[in-house]
Design a binder for this molecule. Structure first.
Ligand SMILES: Cc1ccc(-n2nc(C(C)(C)C)cc2NC(=O)NCCCN2CCOCC2)cc1
Length: 409
């Protein structure tokens, strides 16, 4: 049997995702890395327990009849095969057929963007409960601490990437699952209030100041700053560094409006606070664009005073996340030991403990077959700019060999 007949024979034996799951009408996300569907096992499918799954379709390129898997898809598969932690998205299975690769996950109905949007729009339920906020934060730090201990940075933490398991799962109800939905599409959205902001617009609101000053070193502290922004948003339901301007990803990470927003909220960084500030690649530009005197009366305490957070353990912890100097920012390990997590209400493995989940399920998107994505919508976020391609055959498929993670959590 020659190669092609053998592959065709193999294909016939392989379980087809279309035969195992109903999913085509249940698209919940679409973007640079591919499309994500909610999936329900078909009745005859005895392989998978009856619950909700997420199927992620990865776009392959058919190059001279060779299926080519993009670099980002390889990175996602390689990364997820190694990682195993209760607060991270868990890859269950991989399915392939001639032209497609599907990743199978347990489904997460909610995320923090959806939770915040609900409270922003509610007249009677304007803030998430203290217990919910604390549980989400504690579980987020457990997941991030595991990533950082394995020397993996997330680099795109934002509310839409902090998923939470909904009803239906007895064991994992209210469990945080850090993911990377990678739906960052670039488009010049018409000026919108943040209440309606699409979770997929590229925002700079969670970017640490050193990133905006073009630091050459991605560090764990960059993830911590982003979590600090998410924490402030859970406490106030307002994006702390909200910036009306939605700009296309510019070639340099320097973003004057975003820096102005940070300084207006926090004050201008003093050299004695951030010793290495002068060494930042965009320091010259910073001194030309900004007069520190303009921000003298600005501080985090003043900005958040209307939320009555002064002298609270929340505020003291928030200041440790939002420290301008990245070398002085608290680590995930240190955060988990903070007194905030050891006072009532204590964090809970079920973040929704004691409450009925008021948050709506994910909306289904229209499933246009030929996505008429315009050029810039296909533009990749910075870290995926360099696209090499690896032939599909080099990826061991379809099941996942259960491997112990490199470093025990
Ligand atoms: C290029 C690339 C893209 C994504 C990842 N990535 N990284 C992660 C970490 C944060 C656990 C390391 C998770 C994913 N993939 C992912 O969330 N995928 C989406 C899962 C879809 N959800 C599953 C749960 O239910 C809702 C949908 C890596 C590299």
């Amino acid at each position: 049997m020659i190669g092609r007949e053998f592959i065709a024979e193999l294909e016939n034996k392989r379980e087809k995702v279309e035969n195992l799951f109903n999913f085509e009408k249940f698209k919940v996300g679409s973007g640079t890395y591919g499309q994500v569907f909610q999936a329900f096992p078909k009745t005859k499918n005895k392989l998978f327990p009856k619950k909700s799954y997420a199927l992620k379709l990865i776009e392959c390129i058919d190059h001279k009849q060779n299926m080519i898997l993009s670099m980002s898809a390889c990175r996602e598969i390689a990364l997820l095969r190694e990682l195993k932690h209760e607060n991270l998205i868990q890859l269950n299975r991989i399915f392939t057929d001639q032209r497609k690769v599907w990743l199978l996950f347990d489904y997460c109905e909610h995320d923090i963007w959806q939770i915040l949007t609900y409270h922003r729009k509610s007249e009677t339920d304007k803030f998430p409960s203290k217990g919910l906020v604390k549980s989400l934060m504690f579980q987020m730090f457990q997941g991030i601490s595991y990533l950082h201990n394995n020397w993996i940075l997330h680099r795109d933490l934002k509310p839409a990437n902090i998923l939470v398991v909904g009803e239906g799962s007895k064991i994992e109800r209210g469990r945080v699952k850090i993911g990377d939905m990678g739906f960052a599409r670039l488009f010049n959205s018409p000026l919108k209030t943040f209440v309606d902001i699409d979770p997929v617009v590229v925002t700079f609101w969670y970017r640490a100041p050193e990133l905006l000053l073009d630091t050459k070193h991605y560090t764990k502290a960059i993830d911590i700053w982003a979590i600090g922004c998410i924490f402030a948003e859970l406490l106030s339901t307002k994006p702390l560094f909200y910036n009306e301007e939605e700009k296309l990803e510019t070639s340099t990470p320097y973003n004057r409006e975003q820096l102005h927003k940070i300084f207006t909220t926090m004050g201008f960084p003093k050299i004695e606070e951030w010793h290495n500030l002068k060494a930042m690649p965009c320091y010259e530009r910073l001194t030309k664009d900004f007069a520190s005197a303009a921000y003298e009366k600005r501080s985090l305490a003043a900005t958040l005073s209307k939320y009555k957070l002064q002298n609270t353990s929340e505020f003291r912890l928030l200041e440790k996340f939002l420290t301008m100097d990245p070398t002085k920012r608290i680590t995930a390990e240190e955060a988990l030991k903070d007194s905030y997590f050891y006072e009532e209400p204590l964090p809970n493995a079920d973040a929704f403990y004691g409450m009925k989940i008021p948050y709506p399920p994910r909306k289904y998107l229209p499933n246009e077959e030929n996505n008429n994505r315009t050029q810039h919508q296909q533009q990749l976020p910075p870290r995926q700019q360099q696209q090499q391609n690896i032939p599909l055959q080099q990826i061991p498929l379809p099941g996942i060999v259960k491997q112990e993670p490199r470093i025990q959590p």
